[in-house]
Ligand binder design. Structure first.
Ligand code: FAD
Length: 375
């Protein structure tokens, strides 16, 4: 097929689509606003289904396998393991994942243009055109919006809908410190906050040591979240750490002493999935199509979108296939994304009694499910 596909955004969705298209000999070009991909990174969990798709793209051997989820509520604990499958979920840094996707994309000869901030787009009967904020233009036959939670293409396709991003109510904080010991994914519950910890493998390919990733959320108004500084985030972490268990406290002190430790934080945005995902020559995938914040599924969703859209493009980008793509992908995003949104919106209990009640519920769930759960 002789289509030239333009993909806006070199995130997981955009790069994965380009890789899958290249494997079908379909040419694409990726336009990315950022100049560089380094700087503070954080960890992410990729579900077993996502890991299978990464392997399918020959992106492998990254991150740390996580087969267990441990929950701690004071002295109470509950532990769940995932059903044994042919792939295991992993925790990996965004940087390590991006490095491997870029490496694979470049090995397939895919053109990734950085510093191209798409400002405008248009379509006619036979082609699409995108223009950057520095007035460069690129033309093609199909335009894919893989431009994330604040997607311009989503807004272009849904001008009347409130489809811009909305603030989720908190600052996402993650920090990474060198630690070769294997730590299973564990969620510790304290009044008013939770903190998660897991091994995440190497931060980037050249790193000498493996690391652990710790994460927590800090609720605050959007204006404060935008003004948060490293010093204010560290002061809040130190305040919280005074209550943490000795095990968690020692990991935190390790972070505080490590000159190479990484702290990443930022306001979290989400949004409402739009009514219209596509037009004659344009289509959305990833967070641009279903803009949800953290929930442990966004990356796998982006990978699955890429696989499904690759098939739609390979079959000629026909109306029926696009309609089915939107229907099936929206349905999955409602099941997974909205569940995650509800979980995040609820927030942790603010009293010791609330934590005890939650702990007892999870202990009962552990007994009832024999400690096996999809997560
Ligand atoms: C704090 C936090 C924690 C999370 N944790 C997890 C987790 O543990 N597991 C999980 O699966 N998911 C997690 N998610 C969700 C996950 O990060 C997203 O679902 C996933 O990154 C979506 O990928 P994407 O490629 O669609 O979008 P993005 O990764 O946002 O990529 C979009 C790309 O488009 C580029 N772009 C944007 N606008 C333009 C433009 N105008 N022109 C050119 N380029 C543009 C951006 O620079 C970016 O590179 C988390 C999200 C947050 C915020």
């Amino acid at each position: 097929m002789s289509e030239k596909i333009i993909i806006v955004g070199a995130g997981v969705a955009g790069l994965s689509l380009a890789i899958m298209l290249a494997e079908q000999n379909i040419e694409s070009q990726v336009l990315e606003a950022r100049q560089r991909f380094d700087g503070p990174t954080s960890g992410v969990r990729i579900s077993a289904e996502g890991v299978k798709l990464l392997r399918f793209m020959k992106v492998d051997a990254i991150g740390e396998e996580t087969q267990r989820l441990d929950l701690r509520f004071g002295t109470l604990s509950a532990s769940f393991s995932a059903p044994q499958r042919d792939a295991t979920a992993i925790v990996v840094t965004r940087l390590a994942l991006h490095e491997q996707l870029m490496k694979r994309a470049l090995s397939l000869g895919i053109r990734v243009v950085t510093g191209f901030n798409v400002a405008a787009m248009s379509e006619s009967a036979h082609r699409v055109e995108v223009t950057s904020d520095s007035r460069e233009t690129v033309t093609g036959t199909v335009l894919v919006g893989a431009d994330g939670v604040g997607s311009k293409l989503r807004h272009r396709l849904n001008p009347a809908q409130g489809s811009t991003k909305t603030y989720a109510g908190y600052l996402g904080v993650g920090f990474i410190t060198g630690d070769d010991t294997k730590t299973e994914m564990t969620l510790h519950n304290y009044p008013g906050h939770r903190v998660g910890i897991a091994s995440c493998g190497k931060v980037h390919e050249a790193a000498r040591k493996k690391s652990i990733f710790m994460w927590t959320h800090i609720a605050m108004p959007e204006a404060d979240a935008k003004l948060a500084s490293r010093a204010s985030v560290e002061a809040e972490l130190a305040r919280r750490a005074e209550r943490w268990s000795p095990e968690l406290g020692s990991k935190y002190r390790q972070y505080a002493k490590d000159a190479e430790a990484i702290l990443a934080y930022g306001p979290i945005y989400n949004g409402t999935p739009p009514g219209r995902w596509y037009s004659d020559r344009m289509i959305l995938i990833g967070d641009a199509a279903h803009p949800y914040g953290p929930g442990g599924q966004g990356i796998s969703m982006a990978l699955k979108d890429a696989k499904a859209l690759c098939a739609v493009i390979a079959c000629g980008f026909a109306e029926d296939n696009k309609r089915e793509f939107q229907r099936s992908r929206a349905q999955e995003s409602r099941t997974l994304g909205e569940a995650a949104e509800k979980r995040n919106a609820k927030g942790p209990p603010s009293t010791k009694w609330g934590i005890l009640a939650e702990g007892l519920t999870m202990k009962a769930a552990e007994i009832f499910t024999r400690g096996r759960l999809e997560f």
